[in-house]
Design a protein around this ligand. Structure first.
Ligand code: SF4
Length: 399
């Protein structure tokens, strides 16, 4: 395929993850800076679907035979697609990519856009996991966030999804936004776990420039930093008490129900994105499609090179992402992947940080595994930044 107009030969690892971006929403949430267009016509969604199917077929015909064991439909609101549109997109994927028999096929889902018939059709077509954008159950909080669904729609969706045969359901919940209290956060957590999901993603609000919430920030009262940190701890304590394990900074799952697609990102494995604004990492090549809808619909959108990762950059990314996982950074696995170079760069810094109790070091099969201690998980960015600074500037670290 061509990237930035130059022919590039992409060599894939064993099994890739496929990401498909559906950039439409009924209305824009006030905190959202994702590439999504609100209130577009059905004709526009239809034109996008057509083009997306062509793009999947074109790109896959230009690459070596592809096998995928995860597919993730994100957005946007993929559940705005009709049954026929789902059918065509999934057929395009099945015609172009060998999907493993046990492939995890997830779609993001807005409770206001997926009734029982659509859920049943999606399940029948092969989607086997739902990632539901919930954020809160409280009407005032949902209004503050600009969400279009109600608590009742959320409950109904959870019931309908089970009846449709979904055995893997995840809820996205948000904390740290204006008007939310520690009590209301706990009641959202209670309601969500009461509906028996297998997985929860629990994120603090990120105030992104360009969003209405950012523009009007002076007129809101945001919880202070200590309150937000307590909300994170409340989620951890409560969810662990309910039988969920935190396997990544913001993600919890019942045993064996971790999101396999997201684990590919965190393990620096290959993923291939389709649709506007979709990102890919294949080997050391990171590229994306621009968010320009018009050129996409005309069929003239070309992938743009984001970064050709050097050995050092790849190692750094791997170390940071592995430390975000509760399983931590296993030096044996890292050396198998990157050779001794990895240990030479990282081990002195990791050992020093462990001596300072910023990391925990455990031994397994004679090798070392580093983890961020539980109390520091919410502020892990500081620890990871320090790790990178020391690895990149060993001279100043050794002073
Ligand atoms: S539904 Fe999701 S993608 Fe759409 S505006 Fe809201 S947060 Fe953004």
């Amino acid at each position: 395929m061509t990237i930035d107009g130059k022919p590039v030969r992409l060599t894939f690892g064993s099994k890739v993850g496929i990401y498909v971006h559906i950039p439409f929403c009924r209305q824009k949430c006030l905190y959202c800076d994702f590439c999504s267009f609100p209130g577009v016509s059905p004709e526009r969604i239809e034109a996008y679907t057509e083009r997306l199917c062509s793009q999947i077929r074109e790109i896959c015909s230009q690459t070596e035979s592809l096998e995928a064991d995860t597919v993730f439909f994100g957005g946007g609101t993929p559940t705005l697609l009709s049954e026929g549109q789902w059918d065509r997109i999934l057929s395009a994927l099945q015609d172009s990519v060998r999907l493993s028999a046990d492939a995890e096929i997830t779609t993001e889902c807005n409770p206001a856009t997926a009734g029982p018939a659509k859920l049943k059709a999606m399940r029948t077509l092969g989607i086997n996991r739902l990632s539901v954008g919930v954020q809160s159950i409280h009407p005032g909080e949902l209004r503050t966030l600009g969400r279009i669904h109600t608590e009742e729609q959320f409950e109904q969706l959870a019931r309908n999804a089970r009846e449709a045969g979904f055995e893997r359901i995840s809820f996205d919940l948000m904390f740290g936004f204006p008007g939310q209290t520690e009590e209301s956060w706990l009641s959202t957590l209670r309601k969500a776990t009461g509906l028996n999901p297998e997985h929860l993603s629990v994120y603090a609000l990120q105030l992104e420039e360009g969003t209405p919430l950012y523009r009007d920030r002076a007129s809101y009262v945001f919880p202070d930093e200590d309150t937000v940190a307590r909300m994170y701890d409340t989620a951890r304590t409560f969810l662990e008490g309910e039988g969920f394990s935190r396997y990544e900074v913001s993600n919890y799952a019942r045993p064996g129900c971790e999101c396999r697609h997201n684990l590919k990102y965190w393990n620096c494995e290959d993923y291939l994105g389709f649709g506007i604004s979709a990102h890919s990492l294949v080997g050391r090549t990171r590229f994306y499609y621009p968010g320009d809808m018009e050129s996409f619909l005309r069929g003239t959108a070309v992938p743009v090179l984001e970064e050709q990762l050097s050995d050092d950059r790849m190692e750094e990314e791997y170390a940071v992402l592995r430390l975000r996982l509760s399983t931590g950074l296993d030096m044996g696995e890292a050396e198998k992947r990157f050779g001794e170079h990895f240990a030479r760069r990282f081990l002195p810094v990791l050992r020093t940080m462990a001596d300072r109790h910023l990391l925990i070091c455990a031994e397994r099969n004679g090798g070392e595994i580093y983890r961020i201690p539980d109390p520091f998980f919410f502020t892990e960015n500081d620890i990871l930044s320090e790790l990178l600074a020391c690895v990149q500037e060993p001279a100043s670290f050794l002073k």
